[in-house]
Ligand binder design. Structure first.
Ligand SMILES: *[C@@H]1O[C@H](CO)[C@@H](O)[C@H](O)[C@H]1NC(C)=O
Ligand SMILES: *[C@@H]1O[C@H](CO)[C@@H](O)[C@H](O)[C@H]1NC(C)=O
Ligand SMILES: *[C@@H]1O[C@H](CO)[C@@H](O)[C@H](O)[C@H]1NC(C)=O
Ligand SMILES: *[C@@H]1O[C@H](CO)[C@@H](O)[C@H](O)[C@H]1NC(C)=O
Length: 461
């Protein structure tokens, strides 16, 4: 039943009368109390007109309604049809295999890659760059084809892309006169690790279970030539602001004659050390800085801090991607390492699905800037490794075996972008947790901060 409101103007007093109209038998019927007027002809005519136009609009409404009633099933059918046609994509979408956005991003990444390779190619035209260009070109065509045909396996494409990206990064690092595998690195992967050659309780005591320690790690450093250092995380096993340096091995073993540096004025300062991340390299301490995705460099001579932001989409910090075995080492998100090639930051990104990412760090002594020169993406989920370190541009990751054993089980080579899952090099320890593990290129030793115990090993090749 249709209801219609009629607005009738009364004659002189300006009062309006609201009357309900009803559709009856194809016409609009309104009951109007005309007693309140003294039949003024003008108003009657006006009212008549209103009633007629009421009928007119009612009819057109009726027409529209009939039209809608016919069209509604059609519209519903179209929606159903579209829904049905979208369902397969919805399925793929739920599986994380297909989205238009991913295609778009992929295409962008590929274009960037093509540009990068073009740039390298113009400087360094060799078989490897030619091969890379060809592969990237082919992948780009494949992705464009997929976009049209919508038959996709995004996982394979992403994997291929990661592989190519690493190839390009590695290409960048190969100098024109490249012949061997670097000045100091020609012996291949680590083949074995000795029993501990040095064991000591942290000078702060073994209640401080997290931190890092080692020997100054720069190959041709003038200062701090054979300094040993310890950096315990004194606040909640997460934050630290002090560095103890011992000029000699003897002083270190005797916990005597140390020099202390205050890196930050508190445990909540922007320059505070976060996580067991530090490495003493030359005359500076490099570490992950407080609640950030930055690596900091504290200069021992000037007491100043310079920093660089790590590249990547969604760089993990504040315990998002720590090192874990069945426990996680709190806030071990960003790990700074040194080797024969220089300085590295190991971390994980959302963009690389929480897998380990390796960035090479460069300190420019003239400009006094810290920068990231290159970045590689691995396929190893960071939270599935207990720790990691770098040797000759190769990342090694460890896993927990039991309370007294760790095992190096994974290697990723930045020179080739290739990885090896088949390693099984054992490491002995004295306590469960490995806060930090660092290689030192000056003596090829490996330093472990093992729940407040300090252990050193000899790496064998
Ligand atoms: C409907 O209107 C027609 C003519 O206008 C009339 O013949 C018929 O009797 C009416 N029916 C009802 C139910 O009022
Ligand atoms: C949907 O509509 C298209 C074109 O109008 C038609 O080819 C297809 O068969 C329809 N699909 C379904 C599920 O009705
Ligand atoms: C590796 O080193 C350990 C400790 O020195 C030793 O016991 C073991 O035999 C070595 N393994 C190999 C394969 O050389
Ligand atoms: C290094 O980083 C600084 C900022 O910290 C920036 O100004 C400079 O351009 C960077 N240098 C290179 C070579 O990227």
């Amino acid at each position: 039943m249709l209801l219609l409101l009629l607005l009738l103007l009364s004659s002189g007093d300006g009062k309006a009368q609201h009357v309900s109209g009803q559709k009856k038998n194809g016409s609009c019927v309104c009951e109007v109390n005309s007693n309140m007027w003294s039949f003024p002809a003008v108003n009657y005519n006006a009212m008549l007109q209103q009633v007629q136009s009421c009928e007119g609009s009612l009819n057109s409404l009726q027409e529209k309604l009939e039209l809608s009633n016919q069209r509604l099933p059609q519209i519903q059918a179209v929606i159903k049809n579209v829904t049905e046609r979208l369902e397969p994509h919805q399925y793929l979408n739920n599986q994380g295999l297909y989205t238009d956005l991913s295609f778009h991003l992929l295409s962008q990444e590929l274009s960037q890659l093509e540009t990068d390779i073009g740039a390298i190619h113009s400087q360094l035209n060799n078989g490897q760059t030619q091969k890379l260009s060809k592969e990237v070109g082919k992948l780009h065509t494949d992705v464009d084809k997929m976009h049209i045909s919508k038959t996709i396996n995004m996982k394979t494409v992403k994997e291929k892309l990661r592989y190519l990206k690493n190839g390009v990064e590695s290409c960048k690092s190969i100098p024109k006169d490249f012949r061997g595998q670097g000045r100091f690195c020609f012996k291949g992967l680590i083949s074995n690790i000795s029993d501990p050659v040095m064991t000591k309780v942290s000078p702060k005591g073994k209640t401080y279970i997290s931190g890092s320690w080692g020997k100054q790690a720069q190959m041709d450093s003038e200062g701090q030539k054979s300094s040993y250092w310890v950096q315990p995380l004194l606040n909640s096993h997460i934050w630290g602001n002090t560095l103890h340096i011992y000029q000699t091995y003897e002083d270190f073993m005797a916990s005597a004659n140390h020099k202390d540096f205050t890196i930050a004025p508190s445990f909540t300062h922007a320059n505070t050390i976060e996580g067991p991340s530090a490495v003493l390299y030359g005359e500076a301490l490099y570490y992950h800085c407080y609640r950030s995705i930055d690596v900091c460099r504290y200069d021992l001579n000037s007491n100043t801090v310079k920093r660089v932001t790590l590249p990547g989409t969604g760089v993990g910090f504040s315990n998002k991607f720590p090192y874990c075995y069945y426990d996680c080492r709190v806030n071990s998100d960003v790990d700074v390492e040194a080797d024969e090639m220089g300085l590295w930051a190991l971390y994980a990104t959302v963009g690389n699905h929480g897998n380990l990412v390796v960035s090479q760090l460069v300190w420019d002594n003239e400009a006094e800037t810290l920068n990231v020169s290159q970045t590689w993406e691995t396929r190893m989920f960071k939270k599935s490794v207990s720790n990691a370190f770098m040797v000759c541009g190769v990342l090694y990751a460890t896993r927990y075996v039991d309370e007294y054993h760790e095992e190096v089980f994974y290697a990723f080579d930045t020179a080739t972008g290739k990885e090896d899952n088949s390693l099984a090099v054992p490491l002995e320890k004295v306590a469960k947790g490995v806060a930090s593990l660092s290689y030192n290129p000056t003596n090829r030793q490996i330093y472990m901060y093992n729940d407040g115990y300090l252990l050193a090993y000899q790496a064998l090749f």
